[in-house]
Write a protein that binds this ligand. Structure first.
Ligand code: PLP
Length: 378
């Protein structure tokens, strides 16, 4: 039996149709999109078409789409680039943001900015009242993610954006995990900027986009060319951009909503086995279950499941001193010991209910074995 892949929030397999769209741009259509000759013009046309496909997928105008190397770069570009054009004040980011938002925000301290982490409740939702309170302080920039990569919890970005706009701040949302799983509409979110990435939507790795409000002035972080209207220098990765466009064109007909039934069965099975489910009281992505079995380390369970043929993720990050519990769970006031036990299952297009059923069976056996081992060790 081939292993079952349950880690689609980490990355997704390339859709065959996306691969087919990309292949000619590795072979005969290899022109540089900046060249004036036929080869170059063909590449430029393909990049322009991809820009339209990305814009269509998020309800934006193609002129608002800037191609970059992925979600991490888009987040860095927005935070550092927007801050560079503003007087230093407060930058507010939710406590559960991806490190590619948290780190650049923290780096703004070197430029005189104050960093405010917006608190979340026990289910991982940003506390609106507390956010309103935090935004009384002069705030230049706010970044709140649309859906969390670990818990799958969806934030009410439009309403938080209204708060931020009232406070006179620029608002950004990281929609990397939301795109392809739930409808994402740039204008409806009421933000000035949004990040998306191709490899989470069955596209290639190493390409993403920053979607920008037309009036927004951003300082480029990579200079040395006039690519992407001078916002991001560097020869365009044409095959990857074409793949990103093709993946975006497939998004609307493949939303993860058809994974909801499997997710519900997963949650029900986990609950019946005594797992603690994180973010269970909040609206979540239809593909994500994040859970823990108290007393069983997440890393240990991930390795046991891997040996049994199931690819899932733990919530811990490896560090020199061992494993650190997930900052997302700590922000949700989950006890450190329980946070260390976190495991994430993220379903995708190719998963089937029969895999969920066999996974639950295997999980039960593994939990039983690990609990017995733990009892023997006492
Ligand atoms: N933002 C979120 C919420 C993510 O989950 C990820 C990837 O895991 C990123 C940003 C980074 O995107 P990329 O891998 O394209 O750099």
């Amino acid at each position: 039996m081939s292993p079952a892949y349950f880690d689609h929030n980490a990355t997704t397999p390339l859709d065959e149709r996306v691969l087919q769209a990309m292949l000619p741009f590795f072979r005969e259509r290899y022109g540089n999109a900046s060249s004036r000759h036929e080869f170059g013009r063909a590449a430029r046309k393909a990049v322009d078409e991809a820009r339209e496909q990305v814009a269509d997928a998020v309800g934006a105008h193609p002129s608002q789409v800037y191609f970059v190397s992925g979600g991490t770069e888009a987040n860095n570009l927005l935070i550092k680039g927007a801050a560079a054009r503003l007087q230093p004040s407060q930058v507010a980011v939710s406590a559960v943001e991806h490190p590619s938002v948290i780190k650049p925000a923290q780096e703004l301290r070197e430029h005189g900015w104050k960093v405010k982490k917006l608190a979340v409740d026990h289910d991982g939702r940003i506390d609106r009242d507390e956010a309103a309170n935090s935004l009384r302080e002069p705030t230049g920039l706010v970044s709140v993610m649309l859906a969390n990569n670990e818990t799958g919890v969806i934030q009410d970005v439009a309403s938080l954006a209204e708060l931020a706009r009232d406070a006179g701040a620029l608002v950004h949302t990281d929609a990397v995990q939301a795109l392809g799983k739930v409808p994402v509409n740039f204008p409806a979110l009421n933000v000035h900027a949004m990040t998306v990435s191709a490899h989470k939507i069955y596209g290639p790795k190493g390409v993403g986009a920053l979607i920008l409000d037309k009036r927004l002035d951003i300082k480029p972080q990579i200079t040395g060319g006039e690519h992407e209207k001078g916002l991001r220098a560097g020869t365009e990765n044409v095959p990857a951009i074409v793949g990103f466009g093709a993946a975006c064109a497939l998004v609307a007909s493949h939303l993860a909503s058809n994974q909801m039934q499997m997710r519900e069965r997963m949650d029900q099975g986990l609950h019946a086995m005594g797992a603690v489910l994180f973010g269970n009281g909040a609206e979540r992505l239809p593909n994500t279950s994040y859970f823990a079995f108290p007393g069983i380390e997440g890393e240990t369970l991930v390795m046991a499941l891997d040996r049994a043929g199931y690819a899932v993720a733990s919530g811990s990050a490896c560090s020199s001193g061992g494993t650190d519990p997930s900052p997302v769970l700590l922000a949700m006031q989950v006890e450190r010991e329980l946070a260390r036990c976190a495991v994430r299952v993220s379903l995708g297009r190719s998963n089937e209910m029969s895999q969920v059923e066999s996974f639950l069976q295997v999980l039960q056996d593994e939990i039983f074995k690990l609990k017995r081992l733990a009892a023997l060790a006492v």
